[in-house]
Design a protein around this ligand. Structure first.
Ligand SMILES: NC(=O)C1=CN([C@@H]2O[C@H](COP(=O)(O)OP(=O)(O)OC[C@H]3O[C@@H](n4cnc5c(N)ncnc54)[C@H](OP(=O)(O)O)[C@@H]3O)[C@@H](O)[C@H]2O)C=CC1
Ligand SMILES: O=CC(=O)O
Length: 775
């Protein structure tokens, strides 16, 4: 039997690399810590992988494994309930044969179960029959997979133990100089400084592979920081990175290759300090030429010297390349802002090119402060999807580390958001949630203190829909609600609820059309036959309904959720409605003694599946604060960021503004596609041209090709887009704001609706411009 190390052993130094260093990814995206979501690394330290793996180029290699005897009887078990004890776990599997070993993995920080474990049968012969069956332990369906000894997972024939990553390489350093320096420690097989494919410029990091492991010991015996080319570089052990993992089945576990439609989800966070921990990116694979590659090191962010440049890298590719928040590189000009104070997230990742770029927005005064360690996965152009969960972070520690440097620094407001994802709901702490940033000209005095928790309170001004951050007295050990209700399982509600289930929450669902509950029930959700009963049985209930009418009906109608609400409970409406509706629902929910939170969001089907929604929260009064604290980690399971916007109605209003813009953009794009064709040019070329320029948007790149073929697979139903335009026009009207473009776009969507396109994707609005519909 395998000599198992202690449970949950992690090696902070150990990082894994994407076997294909050709990819244009930031180090944060190419590397992952050992402490990964279980789906990415099932064994924290026990030396096993599942055999469902995809290499960095998307090639499955499960069949090539040579199962060792020691591993042959060992299975990974995922989706294990928090409540399941090791005894129950072992007992369950003992019906298949003698158990040689079994364990439920425990998070080293929180001491809580991580939702997965391993069971080893004395007789490997029983494994096949175990794999053939469905397994339900303590009422929860668990997922059983083979494990494979990690040492069997050769990548490019290079042992992980012989390769190091070198970060912070001065851009002037040559490959040869890199090799020469490290050759003093031992014979080198290969060495390479990674370069940007487009510019040919050094990306500030590279790899050195030694002939034998002794050399590594020697290098590390001199510490992690070495001086190269007159600058300090940081070395880390590299390990072949597991590719996407082949969870081709349901939901969040389907990380497998998506062909060329790779995700460019970038790092959740950014930089590292020389003396701190390296910010591990979260990003999935990334589309080679998009994503958020940034330079590593050498890019000291202006006044924030001492930090690696802000390779915030949040390539928000939607799985199709183009970064949504990409680019930027403001640090040198001090443009970033210290959102989240250590828990910040460097969005956008800016293509640094050595000038101290920082991740824009959410991030940081330099992307350099990021602390939420992301977990890179997949990598490579064909392993695009990323994992919706992220490990908990010791934000407090890093916030403190980082704070000193930002205290007193002027900040320019950009975007705020703090995001933390978790491997599972159990692991959240208040430090990992409720962190928001602000839009304010200077750091308020109170930031001079310990920035343990940043919590939004009052908006500074309505027009900015912003808020000031201040220390919160959020408890240090927040308990997640054990019971989460979810009402409305349409295109968006289903994947959102699914992510909650997958992250370990105890979810109870309801949907008007009951059959839509079934897939979630099979994933472990409970079912109640009315919103009222869901609300009565849950601590927090989410509502994801079609429109204002259904939102009101489900919340306040007969057997509506309000009937099941009472003091201590919370109702979180994530539907897209208007402010008045939100206020109505809020008022009635609160009259029961319960709390209400508005949390509409931006992001469509794919981001919902990937847990990448952008929440627009509002309505937290002092009495609702605990609801916000409770809901925040749940929102973080479903989304990548949270904005707090003040009073009830502001979240709805922001969402309507966003969708007003989106609706007009799509209408305008439709005109462009048709005009291009009419004048004898190729609309495909238009899509490409647009994608490369300043007006690029994932929406165009993704939807354009199918629009050209008159295909409109529904992600965001056209009827909802028209509803949003209608509501946005009402909002504009209420403040006498002229919105002629949106009004014209709205007319177009109405035409499309009247021709039966309501349930098509909103990109079907192009049909309204075609002659056959205009007759
Ligand atoms: N799709 C997207 O990309 C995004 C959508 N949104 C917004 O989210 C909301 C839901 O969107 P989406 O999931 O796409 O829409 P769907 O149309 O797929 O789902 C709508 C949900 O509302 C339920 N519903 C509709 N009418 C009623 C009613 N009278 N009583 C009870 N339940 C009702 C539906 O139940 P049933 O299954 O029985 O029909 C379904 O669960 C909308 O407000 C939309 O604008 C926000 C961001 C992105
Ligand atoms: O509401 C739609 C979206 O994509 O956001």
């Amino acid at each position: 039997m395998e000599d198992f190390p202690e449970r949950s052993r992690f090696d902070d130094n150990q990082i894994a690399y994407n076997g294909n260093e050709e990819f244009e990814q930031p180090p944060e995206q190419q590397y992952e810590e050992f402490e990964q979501p279980p789906e990415q690394q099932f064994d924290s330290g026990r030396g096993f992988e599942t055999n469902h793996n995809v290499d960095s180029e998307g090639n499955e290699f499960r069949d090539s494994f040579n199962h060792r005897d020691s591993a042959a009887g060992k299975l990974f078990v995922g989706g294990v309930s928090w409540e399941t004890t090791e005894e129950a776990f072992t007992n369950y599997f003992s019906k298949y044969g003698e158990i040689a070993d079994s364990v439920i993995m425990i998070d080293k920080h929180s001491g809580r179960p991580r939702g997965f474990g391993f069971v080893t049968f004395a007789d490997p012969g029983v494994v096949d029959s175990v794999l053939e069956e469905e397994h339900v332990i303590d009422g929860r369906v668990v997922e059983v997979k083979r494990t494979v000894p990690r040492e069997d997972m050769g990548f490019k024939g290079i042992s992980k133990r012989k390769k190091i990553f070198v970060g912070g390489i001065p851009t002037s350093l040559t490959d040869d100089e890199l090799g020469e320096y490290f050759s003093t420690y031992g014979s080198i097989v290969e060495h390479q400084i990674m370069v940007d494919h487009k510019t040919g410029r050094s990306r500030g990091f590279g790899f050195v592979t030694f002939e034998n492991e002794d050399a590594l010991d020697k290098v590390f015996s001199e510490g992690k920081i070495h001086e190269l080319g007159g600058k300090q570089v940081e070395i880390k052990k590299a390990e072949p990175k597991r590719g996407g993992g082949d969870f081709s089945g349901s939901a969040p576990k389907s990380y497998g290759g998506l062909g060329g439609a790779a995700a460019g989800y970038g790092a959740y966070n950014s930089a590292s300090r020389y003396n701190g921990k390296m910010g591990r990116g979260y990003g999935g694979g990334g589309y080679p030429t998009y994503g958020t590659y940034n330079n590593y090191g050498g890019n000291y962010a202006g006044s924030y010297a001492g930090f690696y440049g802000g390779y915030g890298g949040y390539g928000y590719g939607f799985g199709y390349g183009g970064p949504m928040y990409g680019n930027a590189g403001y640090a040198a000009s001090g443009y970033g802002m210290p959102a989240g104070y250590g828990g910040n997230t460097a969005y956008g990742g800016g293509r640094g090119y050595g000038n101290g770029a920082v991740g824009r927005g959410g991030g940081s005064g330099g992307g350099s402060y990021g602390s939420g360690r992301g977990y890179d996965r997949s990598g490579g152009s064909t392993t695009g999807r990323y994992h919706p969960y992220q490990k908990p972070v010791d934000l407090e520690e890093e916030a403190n580390d980082n704070f000193a440097s930002i205290n007193g620094s002027p900040i320019g407001g950009v975007v705020m958001s703090f995001l933390v994802k978790t491997t599972n709901c159990h692991h959240l702490s208040s430090t990992a949630m409720a962190m928001c940033s602000s839009f304010c000209p200077h750091l308020p005095n109170h930031f001079g203190g310990r920035p343990a928790y940043s919590f939004p309170t009052k908006p500074l001004s309505f027009s900015f829909k912003a808020f000031s951050s201040q220390a919160s007295n959020a408890s240090s050990e927040d308990e997640l609600p054990t019971r989460v209700g979810f009402l409305g399982l349409g295109i968006m509600g289903s994947p959102m609820a699914q992510n909650l289930i997958k992250s370990g929450c105890d979810v109870t669902v309801w949907n008007r059309t009951k059959s839509k509950c079934d897939p979630l029930i099979s994933l472990g959700a409970k079912y109640k036959p009315s919103p009222e009963e869901v609300a009565a049985s849950c601590d927090v209930t989410f509502a994801m309904l079609a429109d204002p009418e259904s939102a009101v009906d489900v919340a306040l109608g007969k057997h509506g959720a309000a009937n099941g609400m009472s003091s201590g409970k919370g109702y979180v409406d994530v539907s897209t409605v208007d402010g008045a509706t939100s206020k109505l629902i809020s008022g009635r929910i609160k009259s029961t003694g319960a709390s209400f939170l508005e949390a509409s969001f931006s992001g469509s089907k794919k981001p919902a599946e990937d847990g990448q929604l952008i929440f627009l929260t509002a309505g937290m009064q002092s009495c609702d604060k605990s609801l916000y604290e409770i809901a925040a980690p749940l929102l973080d399971v479903m989304g990548k960021s949270r904005f707090y916007l003040g009073d009830v109605g502001n979240g709805a209003a922001m969402k309507l503004v966003v969708n007003m813009i989106m609706g007009s953009m799509m209408a305008s794009f439709s005109e462009g596609l048709l005009l291009t064709e009419k004048i004898g040019l190729d609309p495909k070329v238009l899509v490409e041209v647009v994608s490369q320029g300043a007006i690029s948007a994932p929406m165009y790149s993704v939807k354009g090709p199918s629009m050209i073929q008159s295909l409109y697979p529904t992600a965001f139903p056209l009827k909802h887009q028209q509803k949003d335009l209608r509501l946005a026009l009402g909002l504009a009207e209420s403040v006498s704001q002229s919105t002629p473009i949106a009004a014209a776009a709205n007319e177009l969507y109405k035409v499309a609706k009247s021709h039966g396109l309501s349930d098509e994707d909103f990109s079907a609005v192009i049909e309204a411009l075609k002659p056959k519909l205009q007759q």
